[in-house]
Design a binder for this molecule. Structure first.
Ligand SMILES: [Zn+2]
Length: 230
């Protein structure tokens, strides 16, 4: 499947998994050889989104494919692609439970084996930045360089995920939201019942992460997020 189609399907994946509301959120993918970034058009409802509406921009943000305006967040995506040469997909959402933690400004520790499997580390929180210039891109980059986390909660805002492909970036967004929801309920119930909850031991986290990221897990070619959209 070509990259433009992958980006289109990855954007639909956000809507189909209730990770976005209205026209918010976006996914992009980069063709490193052609130096073109494909991204959702600005302000188009997911219900109306068609593959040929996906916009191609060059590394300066100039539209080189398509007739629509690219997402207003394109500048952040371009900044991250320029500074992280090993990523191929970026996703941005304001999914519900992740946004709760973006307000609380607390990271999501590794409490479950699923979290250990997918991320292998806590999901960190950035400081608050506004959306002018490269402020968001710079802050996401700073946290990524410090933590190497594929999912980063942006304070008072939402989530950025980065992956090798658009498919992986949306998979990380889905898993981050799932983990945020579980952690949120665990915090509330533990408070009500006056119970102490404890994260997984660091050694256990490393063990689960290593197994999940070995060739033993999943079908040939890899794990959940490695599946290509059909
Ligand atoms: Zn946003």
């Amino acid at each position: 499947m070509n990259l433009k189609k992958s980006v289109y399907k990855a954007n639909l994946y956000l809507k189909n998994n209730n990770l976005v509301y209205g026209t918010q959120g976006n996914v992009s993918g980069i063709d490193r050889k052609k130096e073109i970034v494909y991204i959702k058009p600005s302000g188009v409802p997911y219900e109306e989104l068609k593959e040929n509406m996906i916009v191609g921009v060059n590394m300066d943000g100039k539209v080189v494919e398509g007739n629509l305006k690219p997402s207003v967040d394109t500048i952040h995506h371009l900044f991250l692609y320029k500074n992280l040469k090993d990523i191929g997909g970026i996703c941005h959402t304001h999914s519900k439970f992740i946004t709760v933690f973006s307000i609380l400004k607390i990271p999501i520790p590794v409490f479950t084996t699923t979290h250990a499997d997918v991320f292998g580390k806590e999901i960190p929180v950035s400081k608050y930045v506004d959306n002018t210039q490269n402020n968001i891109g710079k802050e996401v980059l700073r946290i990524y360089k410090n933590t190497k986390s594929n999912a980063i909660i942006l304070s008072n805002h939402g989530l950025f995920t980065v992956g090798e492909t658009p498919e992986k970036s949306v998979f990380y967004a889905l898993m981050a939201e799932y983990l945020a929801e579980i952690y949120c309920y665990s915090l509330i119930v533990s408070k009500i019942l006056n119970l102490k909850i404890t994260p997984l031991d660091k050694k256990e986290v490393e063990k689960w992460y290593a197994r999940y990221h070995s060739e033993k897990y999943g079908q040939k070619g890899g794990r959940d997020g490695n599946y290509k959209f059909q």
